[in-house]
Design a protein around this ligand. Structure first.
Ligand SMILES: Nc1ncnc2c1ncn2[C@@H]1O[C@H](COP(=O)(O)OP(=O)(O)OP(=O)(O)O)[C@@H](O)[C@H]1O
Ligand SMILES: Nc1nc2c(ncn2[C@@H]2O[C@H](COP(=O)(O)O)[C@@H](O)[C@H]2O)c(=O)[nH]1
Length: 307
């Protein structure tokens, strides 16, 4: 018989206290992992805490669960990383050797630098007709100067008040064809079965190279094309508070005749059904709030408030 089984069972209160402590420790570790996943806590801070206190909450985290809580690290990446860093999956953060810890640290720093460079630079704002994409985008252009609002080319005619080069580049079909053939468009589509719209590539590439954030206000087909060609882009779907409000906004805008309104509402149903393809959804109850939510997702600074 083993020595352990000879020992008298611990009193009931001790067992209960031990099990309560285990539950509390598990909860504390889960909270740390959730904070890393929500980007509220840097993985580097967690690693530093584990080093300072190997028996503390962070030190007791298994290296596998730690890595899996880092955004964009899944099982495959985690396993590859551990192999590359020569760290056993059985290890806890507090039990890493000095060299293992330094290698893990370097790995996390490189990841952070990489995601910093790529962070939320290209953002697509899509949504059904008349939800307020144009209104919200204009608000962002006027209040958040760090964001470049892409100006699309279109074959539709200008509405009263629209300015060439500001709202759109208004071009004819031949010019639009030329832009496609010249590879000048990042994406393009025929929208509402009517006119063609496309995003000029050059200004976007220039802005991204300069480290500026870029906002594209385009339709669902265009959003899908951007997702394919630039998977790092963040896709936001703007929603109306209700379907009735969407219809009210479309009719209230008064820029389309009844047939065109009908056509746009048909497209709207298709677009609403695709909202789950997007990374985020923002409800446009109020323009300033919706704009702030969009820029929060881009992480850019606001313009200094005007006197
Ligand atoms: N939060 C809001 N509350 C009330 N009205 C709004 C709001 N946002 C936009 N609107 C109004 O709704 C109408 C449609 O807005 P807008 O033209 O910006 O829509 P859109 O999504 O760009 O449409 P489309 O895709 O057809 O170009 C406009 O009259 C605008 O003033
Ligand atoms: N795929 C693209 N869609 C675009 C682009 N620019 C605008 N749009 C979308 O077209 C509709 C209609 O716009 P409107 O100004 O005629 O009301 C709207 O949904 C826009 O988002 C583009 O470059 N590519």
């Amino acid at each position: 018989m083993s020595e352990a089984s000879n020992r008298p069972a611990p009193p009931e209160v001790d067992r209960r206290a031990a099990s309560q402590a285990a539950v509390a420790a598990r909860r504390a570790r889960a909270a740390v992992k959730a904070a890393i996943a929500a980007r509220e806590l840097s993985p580097l801070t967690v690693l530093d805490r584990a080093t300072a206190d190997p028996e503390g909450v962070e030190g007791r985290l298994r290296v596998t669960e730690f890595l899996l809580s880092v955004p964009a690290i899944g099982t495959t990446k985690m396993e590859e990383a551990l192999k590359r860093l020569s760290i056993s999956p059985a290890k806890r953060l507090g039990g890493l050797g000095r060299h293992q810890r330094l290698r893990l640290r370097q790995f996390l720093i490189e990841r952070e630098n990489r995601s910093e460079r790529q962070r939320n630079r290209l953002v697509v704002l899509a949504g059904p007709t008349a939800v307020g994409k144009g209104t919200v985008s204009t608000y962002i252009r006027e209040n958040y100067p760090d964001v470049l609002l892409s100006v699309s080319a279109t074959t539709r005619k200008p509405r009263p008040g629209e300015v060439d080069g500001v709202n759109y580049y208004f071009v004819d079909d031949a010019e639009f064809d030329r832009m496609i053939e010249g590879g000048e468009l990042l994406e393009y589509a025929t929208v509402h079965n009517a006119y063609r719209y496309g995003t000029p590539r050059a200004p976007i590439e220039k802005a991204l190279a300069e480290g500026r954030s870029v906002l594209l206000e385009i339709d669902l087909q265009g959003a899908r094309q951007v997702r394919r060609s630039m998977p790092e882009a963040r896709l936001i779907f703007l929603l109306p508070p209700t379907w009735e409000e969407l219809v009210r906004r479309l009719i209230g805008r008064g820029t389309e005749d009844q047939a065109e309104q009908q056509r746009r509402l048909e497209t709207a149903k298709v677009e609403l059904a695709a909202q789950d393809e997007f990374d985020y959804r923002v409800v446009n109850h109020d323009v300033a709030t919706a704009a702030r939510e969009v820029v929060d997702l881009m992480k850019v600074r606001a313009a200094p408030s005007r006197p």
